[in-house]
Design a protein around this ligand. Sequence first.
Ligand code: MN
Ligand code: MN
Length: 345
Amino acid sequence: MASTNNMFKYQLEKKQPRTGPGGITRGASVNDFPASKGLAGVSMRLEPGAIRELHWHANAAEWAYVVAGRMRTTIVHPDGKTYIDHFSAGDVWYFPKGYGHVLQCIGTEECHFILIFDNGDFSEDHTFSITDFISSVPKEVAARNLNLSTEEVGQLYQGEAYFAQCAVPGFSNHLATPRAEAELVSMHRYPLAAQQPRVFQGGTQRVVTAKEFPIAQTISGSLLEIEPGAMREMHWHPNADEWQYYLEGHAEMGVFLAEGNIVVDQYEAGDVGYVPMGAGHYIKNTGDTVLKVLIGFNSGQYQAIDLSSWLAGNPQDILQGNFHASAAITEQFPKEQSVITGSKA
Ligand code: MN
Ligand code: MN
């Protein structure tokens, strides 16, 4: 199937970025990556102090994972309350569709974070920004709303700032230690990397859903660590599309589309993968280091059907007849759920 080569792979970190004062962003919407109809994603970097300006999105909620650095966000709710949160590497945030928010890198090192949106049509280049809103309305309207004269309104940033350089907040050096922060869960913050993982023969899995993180009603996430030679077993998701960002290592991912169609590709750090809802797939570590994959699903619930569970739950006579195989063969099939299978010793 030559025509489907790279159908489910997008090399996000090789894309030409959009840059601005203190910020770099690379995004993949369905326009860049046609398979990704249900989810879109962005890889963004901010220098210390820099912000992704106050903005909102009309058509998508935002789920994020901090790869490196320390961040501060603010978000306003429809009841008028504003929430301020602080994040370290391994933390997740979730902002409902339409709520105004800002992202800032604090501390001394560059921040890198992955944003996942529950709409493939979402583009970070077409958001509603505060500077754009205020400089687009009649000057007299802006003046009345900001308590300024029209001359003073004219001194504000005209157009869309998108990124802006701010001072590094003085308090950032006095924040609690990462250890103490890891224990903190707030309305918009979930420390995913600090979660006790499910441990399997060939690796670990962390999952955050609306159950652990109630605000995240439309997106759940997962962090997979797969040992060399091991693999996330053949499975599918009945309720959600899957958007993957390869954080570390090398992988092979195969997506099964029925009627003999399978799309197999090789992935490395910085690549994005996509699996449509219900399509069978596996992720194999093909390198000699641990494979780390960040995954977002466009549902607040996590559901997976794993091949091992399915086989383990069916009577031997059915398996023998179904595969035209003897008992000597089918009795070797998995007897329990495996999720991440170890390397064949
Ligand atoms: Mn946003
Ligand atoms: Mn999956």
